[in-house]
Design a protein around this ligand. Structure first.
Ligand code: CMC
Length: 436
């Protein structure tokens, strides 16, 4: 028993405290009893950017960043990518087990019957300018679904939650494809429920005048694998947004839109678009060294490199690299792959990157595959958001059902003025404005 406590001595008061361990952590609330007197608020933990704070217990995704391990519900990511489809993996992530044959059939039916968008959503999309960024269109359209399904506010009703999950997983590829076609000025293509999840998405993206769209099976499988690899990644920035917004009992459409907004930033899912820009800026293999030297000298970052959790090779990047070769057998080799391989080689041999444990992450190679398949870089992050919707919803469900969770509301350490009197407008003098 003695070993299951953290013994703390407060040198201010000389008092000692036994703080119990909880699953290897200490509860921040237990620190509050460490006080200098009855009027003292008690000790808080201070952790900007959550570097060392667990915000929840979760049974969905396991990552060992030092060993480069990623598992969904205990299954290694490479086995899932090898043996399953995205819809099986989405079911696993959401409901905890891989589906049986009949469960998969039922799940697939439910998803395919929710792929259509209400016609008003099409009109909504038409309001965007021709050059609107697809991620902005995606986020807004997902949020707008909240107005189409007002009953989604019943977040404490498990049946209502399930229905919104079917709707969101069914509709995000349709929204993504419509955003894409909007930016090209092409008419929207309705979903084809006879096709698989990935094939139907390709159909809505690329069908022109042919009566039935035939996806290339190798490309459809590669896209499905990419979807599997992006399905969840435990408490990353966007999952944290999903949980935080969802904790106020906001409906899952607006919460998913908020999570997608978190994803859109260049340090998170937006990195895949930035990688392509970087490879284009480098331009050729022989300029890689010069570019890396620039990064080391403080000129920007290597996009698609580094991770808060992985301090070893991101296992998803390894599988994506493999999938890239399969895609290039169909599309022909993309010269950007050679630049990327050279960049990886040089960076992994360089002391700067070795010391900081910076390895390629999931976004490093995914964009090269997407581009070889015919996607423009602006849509890359939307391609990330489609499968990650399953992960966000799994995190949301788990948060709603967790009796320990409440509305997410961090504390702060206030650093502003204590108190001051308002000076009438005519007597105010120009002061240096902070925060600009
Ligand atoms: N290129 C060059 N230096 C880097 C990079 C990079 N990509 N990433 C981190 N560093 C350096 C950083 O400057 C710092 O150096 P120093 O100790 O000298 O100050 C050190 O490595 C530690 O970095 P950090 O910023 O404290 O790490 P973090 O955990 O806060 O950030 C990260 C993680 C992913 C935001 C960051 O590595 C990064 O900005 N990478 C580039 C963007 C990217 O590829 N994002 C995708 C992440 S994976 C998929 C996803 O989340 O969607």
């Amino acid at each position: 028993m003695e070993n299951e406590f953290l013994n703390i001595t407060d040198k201010r008061t000389k008092a000692t405290y036994d703080v119990p361990f909880f699953k290897g952590a200490v509860r921040a609330m237990d620190l509050r009893k460490i006080k200098t007197g009855p009027d003292d608020f008690g000790v808080m933990s201070y952790d900007p950017a959550f570097l060392n704070t667990a915000s929840c217990q979760s049974a969905i995704t396991f990552i060992d960043g030092d060993k480069g391990i990623l598992r969904y519900r205990g299954y290694p990511i490479d086995q899932l990518a090898d043996k399953c489809t995205f819809l099986e993996v989405a079911y696993l992530v959401l409901f905890g087990e891989l589906p049986t044959h009949s469960e998969l059939k039922d799940w697939t039916d439910k998803i395919t019957h929710h792929t259509m968008l209400h016609e008003t959503s099409k009109k909504f999309l038409e309001g965007f300018r021709y050059d609107a960024h697809p991620m902005g269109m995606f986020i807004s359209t997902v949020a707008a679904l909240s107005t189409v399904y007002p009953e989604a506010r019943n977040v404490l009703d498990p049946e209502s939650r399930k229905l919104q999950i079917y709707r969101l997983i069914g509709k995000v590829p349709t929204i993504a494809a419509y955003c894409y076609r909007h930016s090209l000025g092409y008419p929207y293509v309705y979903p084809d429920n006879e096709l698989s999840y990935a094939e139907n998405f390709m159909n809505m993206l690329w069908k022109m005048v042919e009566p039935k769209y035939q996806a290339n099976p190798a490309l459809a499988r590669a896209l499905d694998i990419l979807f599997i690899l992006h399905a969840d990644h435990e408490q990353n920035c966007s999952a944290n947004v999903m949980r935080s917004v969802g904790s106020s009992q906001a409906d899952p459409f607006v919460a998913t839109a908020a999570a997608a907004a978190g994803l859109s930033g260049p340090l998170h899912g937006g990195a895949n678009e930035e990688v392509l820009k970087m490879l284009d800026e480098i331009g050729s293999k022989d300029r890689v060294k010069e570019y890396v030297d620039g990064v080391k000298a403080g000129h920007g970052k290597l996009m698609g490199f580094g991770h808060r959790i992985y301090k070893n090779y991101d296992p998803r990047a390894r599988i994506i690299k493999w999938a890239a070769e399969r895609v290039f057998e169909v599309t022909g080799r993309n010269t950007r792959l050679d630049i990327a391989l050279e960049l990886e080689r040089i960076a992994l041999e360089d002391e700067y990157f070795i010391k900081r444990k910076l390895y390629p992450n999931v976004d490093f190679y995914s964009g090269i595959i997407y581009q070889a398949m015919g996607f423009k870089p602006e849509i890359f992050t939307v391609l990330f958001a489609i499968p990650r919707t399953a992960g966000w919803l799994a995190q949301w469900q788990e948060m709603i059902q967790d009796p320990e969770q409440k509305i997410a509301r961090p504390r702060q350490i206030y650093t502003g003025y204590v108190v001051r009197d308002v000076v009438p407008l005519e007597k105010r003098e120009v002061a240096a404005v902070k925060g600009t």
